[in-house]
Design a protein around this ligand. Structure first.
Ligand code: UT7
Length: 345
């Protein structure tokens, strides 16, 4: 349903445009590394089959960055594309928020490295860590700065080189993940609505379901930690799956409720691309039709913080979202964390 059609019977979203100020996404961009690793390639590496991976996850291929290509490189490419589409110059950016669980290094922030790479010298820059939910957390943080009049132009990036923390001998996890980056420029555009609302949630009681135990202050890198495989991502897949369906459904319902919208009014649903069975279960519970749901995990697998950002860019580029459309983003990840957002494009 278009904006004009909605306005004819009610416009609850007027409340998201405060005193002529709103937070619009004026450009999105994404980047994935060139190297494609197919399920057939993985059959040669671990005891798995294309049939198992496709039927259990929906994933057919993923991208893997080169050894000299880092999260900051993927992020800088995506950011440059988003800036071009928004018509924004690097020096106009006030703030860079980069969501990742695979920073170039523990510090400095990868956002600062990206700042240098894209030449956004005026910007403040920091990383956030909310795993696969990071991009929506970044959107909500960026929105707060814009609505509070602190900043006018915010660059939000989700970027991951998950291949650097995946155990390529563990069939339970290595088939699931991929590398990539997506970025969005947030700006005050008083004449439009933009990001209507976003919600975030966390449950630290379930932190152990999905984690990388090594490399932090609890377990610094040592020969023992490396030998024990503590620097690889670990996941309790079944429990994570159950929590993902529940949390994504609840988050989506919450943002729809806040905007007084029905699922039928949403043109495009962009869920976190972790597993097709999760996406289908959430979509069914929401009462969405398959036509509403955007899926690209068959080509990229789970790219964590980059996932919905890449999908958003591809949905816009592919003409699935046009100006005035209502878009629902919904995510879930380690922490546990979850979130959802409604955007009027
Ligand atoms: O992005 C953050 C959120 N992440 C997620 O939401 C991921 C959530 N979890 C999942 O997507 C699914 O749980 C998985 C895809 C990870 C696993 O699917 P599952 O249906 O839960 O399978 P399972 O872990 O119960 O494993 C079933 C069987 C096991 O064999 P046994 O014990 O039944 O003999 C596994 O060892 O499948 C086996 N298996 C595999 N077989 C072939 C696990 N991985 C593979 C594999 N190839 N790659």
């Amino acid at each position: 349903m278009s904006l004009s059609a909605l306005k004819t019977f009610k416009n609850p979203r007027a409340k998201y445009n405060f005193e002529g100020r709103s937070c619009s996404i004026t450009g999105v961009g994404s980047y994935v590394p060139a190297r494609v690793v197919t399920n057939a390639d993985l059959e040669k590496m671990v005891d798995t089959t294309d049939e198992w991976i496709t039927s259990r996850t929906g994933i057919r291929a993923r991208r893997v960055a080169a050894s000299d290509e880092y999260t900051s490189d993927l992020a800088a490419h995506a950011a440059t594309r988003a800036m071009q589409k928004a018509g924004v110059k690097p020096e106009e950016i006030d703030l860079i928020i980069l969501a990742t669980i695979t920073p170039d290094m523990p510090f400095p922030a990868t956002a600062c490295i990206v700042q240098q790479k894209i030449g956004a010298y005026r910007a403040a820059a920091f990383d956030i860590e909310a795993a696969c939910s990071g991009f929506i957390f970044g959107l909500e943080i960026g929105q707060q700065f814009i609505m509070s009049r602190t900043y006018n132009t915010v660059l939000v990036i989700g970027a991951e080189k998950l291949s650097s923390i995946v155990n390529w001998t563990d069939r339970n996890t290595c088939v699931l993940f991929g590398d990539g980056a997506g970025a969005a420029i947030l700006q005050n555009r008083p004449e439009s609505h933009g990001l209507l609302t976003a919600c975030m949630g966390s449950d630290g009681q379930k932190a152990d379901l999905l984690s990388m135990p090594g490399g932090g202050s609890r377990c610094p890198a040592s020969t023992q930690s490396v030998a024990a495989g503590l620097h690889f991502l670990r996941m309790d897949g079944k429990e994570t799956f159950k929590n993902a369906v529940q949390a994504m459904h609840n988050a989506a319902k919450e943002v729809l409720r806040r905007c007084e919208l029905d699922i039928t009014q949403i043109k495009c649903i962009i869920p976190h691309q972790a597993n097709l069975r999760i996406i289908n279960a959430v979509s069914e519970r929401l009462g969405a039709t398959p036509e509403q749901v955007f899926i690209n995990l068959d080509r990229y697998g789970n790219t964590s913080a980059a996932s919905v950002a890449i999908a958003l860019d591809e949905a816009v580029e592919g003409g699935k979202i046009v100006r005035g459309d209502l878009v629902l983003l919904v995510v879930f990840g380690a922490g546990l964390t979850w979130g959802a957002a409604v955007i009027e494009w």
